[in-house]
Design a protein. Sequence first.
Length: 373
Amino acid sequence: MLRNVHIWGFPLIHRRYRGFRSRGELVGTKHILFCVADHFEPRWNDPTAEQELERVQRWVEHYPKIASAHRDSNGRSPKHTWFYAAEQYNSVCLEKLSKLCSLGFGEIELHLHHFDDTPQGLIEKLERAKQQFSFHGALITHSDPPRYAFGFIHGDWALNNSRGGLCCGVNNELGILQDAGCYADFTLPSAPDESQTRTVNTIYYASDIPGRSKSHDRGKEVEVDGSESGNLMLIQGPLTLNWRQRKWGVLPRIENGCVQHSNPGTPDRIDLWIKQHIHVKGRPEWVFVKVHCHGAQEQDKDVLLGNEAHAMYCYLEEKYNDGKHYLLHYVTARELYNIVKAAEKGYAGNPFEFKDYLIPPYKSSDRYHVGER
């Protein structure tokens, strides 16, 4: 069916209806938790070794200038999360990103493409990635004792074999990720791809179902005073229809939170992201906004590291950080998860206080800007 709308269209309408019914519970100051999850693939489109290095160096040189020009309600600059493709591991490139993280500009997490794989093959790939990344202080916590932990994005959107065997092959992927130290998955939304779940605009737990692919199609919503359920938490980004940007001037475009050269983070899109009101059930004043990008692709460099990036952050700070109706918080994927867990435990108030609630910072983030701890 066109754009696979039969998968996610009705759930989107149903969730919006629920939102209209419950909007009365959202009173007082809203805390906007903004996270950028980058599907970072420096070998995208088969570059030369020099081009691969240039793609990473571009972030090292330009992102600090972008981020340093902006501040949230806590005085923090934007925090980028590089979900680095494990199968594209390059020690020089990862070390450069790690040094950028040590300056307080973000964190490194795990991205993986694998094809026609087996459970054992996936286990081996994850273990190898943890060892390689931890050499650079990534995926290993700055704690006593240190422990492996990571957020995950599946390559080609195919989490838990959700594309019918293409680009994965492992039906029990959620449990394998959990056992390897994964704290949450950040792959979704993936619409219009067939891997999109029926669950939309939600933070929820999902379980492997023996013999079944895409078992995360549905799950248990995370809620205040609730408990963990199943194998893994999934933290979704916004999914809706954008009626202001119409194809052929008639059909609404799909809004899936992807920031790219053909679709920068414009004010109308930002408003839509926040309007989806993704939150922990029972804590509506903490609004989670996870958008994604492909930061190593050449055509997206200006929208992520140029004037359009400045414009996106300026609008967030002007409209959603007035100190009365909204307070803006720039967070990494790890910090976003920690705040979700704090909400689940029943904590309220300023979510920034819980950014290190369960999983401490990684070793690559040992050196923070003064006042950011």
